[in-house]
Design a binder for this molecule. Structure first.
Ligand code: GLV
Ligand code: MN
Ligand code: MN
Length: 425
C-alpha cells in the first residue's frame, strides 16, 4: 500500500468543505439548524441542482440515471471507477450532515486531487442516490437498490409517497428522471463517508469508525380496523378500539427489544389515527414498525413474535389487523479488504479508529452486493441524528473527508480484492 500512498499531509480544504455543507444545509432549512429535503420534493430538486452545479464546475461528467441517481465522474485512467457518495434527501426533521457529508466530501476528494495535479489510475465517481431515507417513499435506499438491480425500475417508479404522489411522477416533475439505464455496471469499489449517527465513537473517544457492515432492517406498516363509536356512551366491554391496540403494539416492541437485548432495536415512528378526534373511539390506526438487528436469526425471531402477538391482539379486541412490508433487508457484511484499507489509512493519518457496525441503513449496503465496499464513520455529538441538533465537530468532518481521500486513492491503485458479488449479504 505504501508505494501508492499519498503524502499524509495532503488534506481536503477545511473551509470549502464546511462552506458547501452550510450552503447545502440552507436548501430546505427548517430555521432551527435543521433541514427538510424529503425525497423528490421541490427542496430536494434545489439541493440536487446545487450538487449538479458543483459537479459541472469541477468539470465532471454528470450523469442522471432512470431512477434519478446523480453521478459525477472524473474520467481519468481506465477501468471501472472507484465510487463514493451518499444521499442528499433528508427526513422531515433532518440535520446538516446525514448523507450530505458523503456527497460533499466526495466532491472535495476529487477537487483536492485535481488541484494538486494528482491523477488516479482509474476514474473516480461521486453519486447522490435517490431516496435513501425512505421517509417519503419506502423502501429506504431505493435509488442504490435499483442501481444494483435489487429492485425493478418499474416497481420503484410505481412507489407511492406517504403524501400521495407516485415516485415516477415526482421524479419527472422535478426534472430528474434521466435516461441512463439501471441497473448500472459495478464500480471497481465503493466507500461511503457518513456520520455515525450513534454514540459509540464519541463514548469510545475514537475519531474514525471503520464500518464492518449494516444491521438488518425490517419495516412494516400495520393498519388496525376497529369499530368507531361515541367516547361517552360506548361501554368499555363493547369496544373494538384500534388506539388501544396500537398502544399495546408500541409497548410490545419496547419489551421485545429489552428482552432480546444486544443489537435489537424497535421503533414506532409514525401513528395516524382516524378520525383523530377527542370524543370518538377511532375507526382505524395506521402505524409503522421499524425493527433492526445485526443478527438475521434474531431479527426473524422478533418478526415472528410481533406477528403472533398481533394475531392475539386482533382476537382479544375484535379488530382486524392488516400488515404490509415496507422494507426488508438482511444484515450486510462489508469487504474486509476495504475495511483494512480504511483502518490503515486512519493509522497513517495518525488517528485512532475502531471497527464498528452501522445501526443506520446506508447506500453502501446496496453497493456491497456488487463490489468491494465499506464505510467510514465520524463521531456524532451525543449520538444525535435525524434531528436538527445533529452535529459533528468540523475537525472530525475534515478528518473523515481526508480518510476518504486517502482510501479512494488506495482503492484506485488496488487491482483486485477478495470479493464475490453478493457474498456480503
Ligand atoms: C436511514 O437513515 C435509516 O433509517 O437508517
Ligand atoms: Mn444517511
Ligand atoms: Mn438518515
Amino acid at each position: 500500500m505504501a508505494a501508492t500512498a499519498l503524502t499524509s499531509g495532503l488534506s481536503v480544504s477545511h473551509s470549502r468543505l464546511m462552506q458547501r455543507l452550510e450552503e447545502l444545509g440552507a436548501v430546505g432549512s427548517t430555521g432551527d439548524g435543521g433541514c427538510c429535503r424529503l425525497a423528490l420534493t421541490d427542496a430536494d430538486r434545489a439541493g440536487r441542482d446545487l450538487v449538479v452545479t458543483w459537479m459541472r464546475d469541477l468539470g465532471l461528467d454528470v450523469d442522471i440515471d432512470a431512477i434519478g441517481n446523480i453521478t459525477g465522474t472524473w474520467k481519468v485512467g481506465s477501468g471501472a471507477p472507484v465510487m463514493t457518495g451518499s444521499h442528499i434527501d433528508t427526513v422531515r426533521t433532518g440535520g446538516l450532515y446525514d448523507g450530505n457529508l458523503g456527497v460533499v466530501a466526495g466532491l472535495e476528494v476529487i477537487e483536492t486531487l485535481m488541484t494538486n495535479g494528482l491523477v488516479p489510475p482509474r476514474p473516480l465517481a461521486v453519486t447522490a442516490f435517490t431516496n435513501e431515507e425512505g421517509a417519503r417513499f419506502q423502501p429506504d435506499m431505493l435509488g442504490s437498490l435499483v442501481y444494483v438491480g435489487g429492485l425493478d425500475l418499474e416497481a420503484a417508479l410505481d412507489t407511492i409517497a406517504i403524501d400521495g404522489p407516485r415516485l415516477g411522477d415526482e421524479l419527472s416533475r422535478i426534472g430528474y428522471q434521466g435516461s441512463t439505464p439501471v441497473p448500472a455496471s459495478a464500480p471497481h469499489a465503493f466507500v461511503e463517508l457518513h456520520i455515525e449517527q450513534g454514540p459509540v465513537l464519541e463514548q469510545s473517544k475514537v475519531r474514525i469508525g471503520a464500518v464492518t457492515g449494516v444491521q438488518g432492517i425490517s419495516w412494516q406498516e400495520v393498519t388496525i380496523h376497529g369499530q368507531s363509536n361515541h367516547a361517552g356512551t360506548t361501554p368499555m366491554a363493547l369496544r373494538h378500539d384500534p388506539a388501544y391496540v396500537s398502544a399495546e403494539i408500541t409497548v410490545l416492541l419496547r419489551n421485545l427489544a429489552d428482552e432480546l437485548g444486544g443489537h435489537q432495536v424497535c421503533t414506532v415512528g409514525k401513528i395516524d389515527v382516524f378520525p383523530n378526534l377527542i370524543n370518538v373511539v377511532p375507526a382505524r390506526v395506521t402505524m409503522t414498525l421499524d425493527v433492526r438487528n445485526t443478527d438475521e436469526q434474531i431479527l426473524q425471531t422478533a418478526e415472528r413474535r410481533i406477528s403472533d402477538t398481533l394475531d392475539e391482539l386482533s382476537r382479544a379486541e375484535g379488530v382486524t389487523i392488516e400488515r404490509r412490508t415496507l422494507a426488508r433487508f438482511k444484515p450486510v457484511v462489508f469487504c474486509d479488504d476495504v475495511i483494512d484499507i480504511v483502518e490503515h489509512v486512519a493509522g497513517n493519518l495518525g488517528t485512532s479508529s475502531m471497527r464498528i457496525p452501522s445501526g443506520a441503513g446506508h447506500d453502501a449496503q446496496m453497493l456491497a452486493r456488487t463490489c468491494p465496499t465499506a464505510m467510514i464513520f465520524t463521531p456524532s455529538v451525543k449520538g444525535i441524528s435525524h434531528n436538527p441538533a445533529e452535529f459533528t465537530a468540523p475537525d472530525d468532518l475534515v478528518l473523515g473527508a481526508n480518510v476518504l481521500l486517502h482510501t479512494m486513492w488506495e482503492l484506485a491503485h488496488r487491482d483486485s480484492f477478495d470479493f464475490t458479488p453478493g457474498s456480503g449479504i
